[in-house]
Design a protein around this ligand. Structure first.
Ligand code: SAH
Length: 364
């Protein structure tokens, strides 16, 4: 964050907000009031925060502001999914997706601009890593979604662009704000962090947060996982699985959600299913099979539906709760692994430039 800019109150979780108000000579409850104005009521103009004294409002105007990302593009899908492209202070862009499903509505939030992990089947990976998002840039996505849809979502998943556990502190503060009664009021079962498995940070997360965990597994053995999810070379399955077990220890209602992208001829055989069953034995698990979502230049195809169904049947027979994730918003490139945002082309691959042209049309 630039030091010349006023403090962005969107970067502060409740505790930080209280501390800030104390530093102004006000009371912690003033901080709580402002926190509630911003997140619960969507008010960002200090003059509309009617329970603050004129003096305090003037003080705030001098030292702080509520700086939101700017929604520069809204793309509605035929299936009700909505994707937003949000532009940050420095012109970087990230994507956020609203996914309605009956009574449930899930917001998929980004945690970084780009991603450093280089998973073989993910389009975000193609743009390389640009930078971490600040707390306010993560929560700002939820703030906008809540205002635009005129209601808070019932669920939030950190499954957009980036690896949440590689942006640890800001993500933890953002999770606190999502769960806060004065803000978005989401329970621990309704906020999910999805990670490719940064093992030390899984242990750290357990100490500071009680959110739900989804882990991008995608392969039942190290050989294949090394290839698909290269962070596996650093944190292989024999360190990942115990860390996940440890994460849910002590809460009998909890399961780890394993994400498994179905790649034609790569990881989708019955032998892979059997190996997966062995791997997860003893770990309370739910498996989400995700049909691969193609993007321009992607080297894979999705497994055919029959093979996905057979794979699922094998897991179900072993007693593992398994669903096939519906592909949502693929007509607007909003499906898993299709989020691109603004591409500062670091990888030098042609795909990146192509997508800027497609996404940038009609935007300023
Ligand atoms: N970095 C985090 C969260 C972002 S991705 C993680 O790895 O979990 C959210 C999910 O979408 C992950 O399981 C990811 O592996 C999956 N995904 C990525 N690209 C995909 C694609 N093209 N098709 C289907 N799923 C994909």
């Amino acid at each position: 964050m630039g030091t010349d800019k006023p403090l962005n109150l969107l970067d502060l979780d409740r505790k930080a907000m209280e501390r800030y108000f104390v530093s102004l000579g006000a009371k912690p409850f003033h901080g709580r009031n402002v926190f509630k104005w911003i997140h619960k009521h969507g008010v960002t103009d200090f003059d509309r925060m009617t329970d603050l004294s004129k003096r305090l409002r003037a003080q705030l105007r001098e030292s702080a502001e509520v700086r939101l990302p700017e929604v520069v593009l809204e793309k509605p899908s035929a299936d009700g999914t909505v994707k937003w492209v949000m532009e940050l202070d420095d012109g970087q862009r990230v994507e956020t997706v609203w996914i309605p499903d009956g009574r449930r509505s899930t917001v998929c939030v980004s945690s970084q601009v780009g991603c450093a992990l280089d998973c073989a089947f993910c389009s975000t990976a193609r743009q390389g890593f640009n930078r971490n998002l600040a707390v306010g840039e993560i929560v700002g996505q939820l703030w906008h979604a809540t205002r635009i849809m005129q209601r808070p979502p019932t669920n939030v998943v950190l499954m957009g662009m980036g690896e949440p556990l590689a942006n640890f502190e800001p993500v933890v503060s953002a999770l606190d704000i999502m769960q806060d009664d004065l803000a978005y009021m989401l329970s621990k079962y309704r906020v999910t962090v999805s990670t490719s498995g940064i093992v030390p940070n899984l242990y750290r997360l357990r100490e500071v947060s009680d959110v739900s965990l989804a882990v991008s597994l995608h392969a039942p053995d190290n050989g294949l996982r090394d290839e698909l999810v290269p962070i596996n070379r650093k944190y292989p399955l024999e360190s990942l699985i115990p860390a996940c077990r440890d994460f849910i220890r002590g809460d009998k209602r909890r399961k780890i959600t394993w994400e498994y992208v179905m790649l034609d001829g790569v990881n989708d055989s019955i032998a892979h299913a059997k190996a997966l069953i062995r791997l997860l034995e003893g770990t309370p698990s739910k498996i989400n099979l995700i049909p691969f979502n193609p993007f321009p230049g992607s080297p894979y195809r999705s497994s055919p539906p029959e093979r996905i169904a057979a794979f699922r049947q094998r897991l179900l027979r072993a007693g593992i709760m398994t669903i096939v994730r519906k592909t949502r918003g693929d007509d607007i490139d909003a499906a898993c692994g299709q989020l691109v945002g603004r591409v500062r082309d670091r990888s030098g691959r042609a795909l990146a430039r192509l997508r800027v042209a497609a996404d940038g049309r009609g935007v300023r």
